[in-house]
Design a binder for this molecule. Structure first.
Ligand code: MG
Length: 379
């Protein structure tokens, strides 16, 4: 049964507020309003043409950052409701959690981080926060989306100590404070972090098999997959191919969702946080059971070795990194190649990083081809 509006849940009426004071919306609470602002943002629409493992042009059915974000929101809400957490906040964080991702997934991010090594580096979580705090230009009164503290805190999932110190100096006691004082974010933020992992572990199996890079037979070494594949096959004799794969993934997702609900309920009962503030001083409470955590780690390691490090993926990764490095060097050197708003900024390397990070895969490919005169792929 749902514990409606549990004491430990984040409450919109008790938000720590927005950076720029605004009148309340007549019919929506603050977390609903944040979710809606994210859905209407430009960065959110760009997620449809950004990818993580497979590039956007490699196939129409692979996950994009948009479908990934929707799947994270779905999983997180499924867990939030029975735990009595705030579903609107969960949805807002889930839909925004990847807004700062570069084109070309992790390859693009690593390349941009290298390019920015002498200028403060590049972290996608911090970039997601920059998008909602500064880079969206839609409202007359302020830059960014002016989201609530709780939404921004959930978006800044990780942060280096260096960046945390920088943020804390700009916003004392703000969203970076917890990284310097070893505190936890809200339960809603903790949940989105876990839902993110559950989502990509599952959909990368699906996309990996679809791409032909992963073989179902090889997945037999993954206990979490094999158990559910075996049970699905036993219950439905004759089930094979894609339908067996879908049924296996569906069961894996359900098992992880129920596991998180049970393990988190137990942790909440053990620590009994009196309110959302007490959650911050407790250890992480949204969690897998120890057994499921081990299985999830094993699945992640399998995907790492067999998919993310697959020679074909690595080749595309190399091309993407080269393209990002070349674009970066070009924009830093030739101000005329940048749109006026970015060219006008004094912090050229950061302006270039913001511009490149905002690109979709296909836009970055087109820009690279246009500016270098070389057709993609470059290698
Ligand atoms: Mg994600």
């Amino acid at each position: 049964m749902a514990e409606e509006g549990a004491l430990y849940a984040s409450q919109p009426a008790r938000t720590r507020g927005r950076r720029h004071t605004e009148p309340a919306a007549p019919t929506r609470d603050d977390f609903q309003r944040d979710r809606d602002r994210i859905v209407h943002s430009t960065a959110f629409r760009r997620l449809v043409y950004k990818t993580q493992v497979f590039l956007n042009h490699e196939g129409d059915l692979f996950r994009t950052r948009l479908t990934h974000s929707l799947e994270v929101a779905q999983l997180a809400r499924s867990i939030a409701r029975p735990l009595g957490l705030n579903e609107d906040l969960v949805e807002a964080i889930a839909l925004a959690h990847d807004l700062g991702h570069t084109p070309f997934g992790h390859a693009g991010q690593d390349a941009l981080n290298d390019c920015m090594a002498a200028h403060g580096g590049f972290e996608h979580n911090l970039q997601s926060l920059r998008v909602v705090d500064a880079l969206e230009h839609r409202y007359p009164q302020f830059d960014g989306l002016n989201l609530c503290f709780e939404t921004r805190e959930g978006i800044l999932k990780h942060c280096s100590r260096e960046n945390a110190l920088r943020l804390e100096a700009q916003e004392p006691g703000g969203v970076a404070h917890r990284f310097l004082h070893r505190q936890q974010p809200s339960l809603e933020a903790q949940l989105c972090n876990l839902a993110d992992q559950i989502a990509y572990n599952a959909h990368d199996i699906d996309d990996g098999v679809r791409s032909g890079l992963l073989r179902i037979e090889a997945l037999a070494e993954v206990a979490l997959f094999e158990r559910h594949r075996g049970e699905a096959a036993a219950e439905h004799p004759g089930l094979a191919g894609r339908r067996l794969l879908y049924e296996t993934i569906r069961r894996m997702l359900s098992a992880q969702v129920y596991d998180v609900i049970d393990a988190t309920r137990a942790a909440l009962a053990a620590h009994a946080p009196a309110d959302a503030e007490a959650v911050r001083r407790a250890p992480p409470l949204v969690q897998f059971s120890a057994a499921m955590r081990a299985q999830s780690v094993a699945l992640k390691q399998f995907l790492f070795a067999n998919l993310y490090r697959h020679p074909q993926v690595m080749q595309t990764t190399g091309q993407a990194q080269q393209a990002v490095r070349e674009l970066f060097a070009l924009y830093v050197r030739e101000e005329g190649a940048l749109p006026a708003a970015y060219a006008a900024r004094q912090d050229r390397p950061r302006a270039v990083a913001d511009y490149i990070a905002g690109m979709t895969d296909r836009y970055a490919m087109r820009e690279h081809a246009r500016l270098t005169g070389r057709a993609w792929p470059t290698a």
